[in-house]
Design a protein around this ligand. Structure first.
Ligand SMILES: [Zn+2]
Length: 93
């Protein structure tokens, strides 16, 4: 059982106590609410981050695929042109 410090009077109080026995400050409910809010914020940020990363990754892959198709056609054209050119050179030699 851990001890926490009362924010009102600074006394060492059991974490299971809902109020400080020294000054009567009710910190239990406030601490739980704060923790839940922090968890919600963290989860929301994580979920938003995953969604943004996934959608940006999909759009990046689509753009990459669209940019790759003409590049692949050009590269294939150059490749076949060079192989045909060298085949024509070899045939002449
Ligand atoms: Zn206190």
């Amino acid at each position: 059982m851990a001890l926490i410090k009362c924010p009102e009077c600074g006394a060492q109080v059991s974490e299971l106590a809902r109020a400080c026995p020294n000054c009567g400050y009710a910190f239990g409910a406030v601490t739980v609410e704060g923790a839940d809010e922090k968890k919600g914020v963290i989860q929301g940020v994580v979920v938003n981050d995953i969604n943004m990363t996934f959608s940006s990754m999909v759009s990046f892959m689509i753009k990459w695929a669209l940019a790759t198709i003409p590049a692949a056609i050009i590269l294939a054209g150059i490749f076949f042109f060079l192989t045909g050119f060298f085949a024509w050179l070899m045939a002449r030699m």
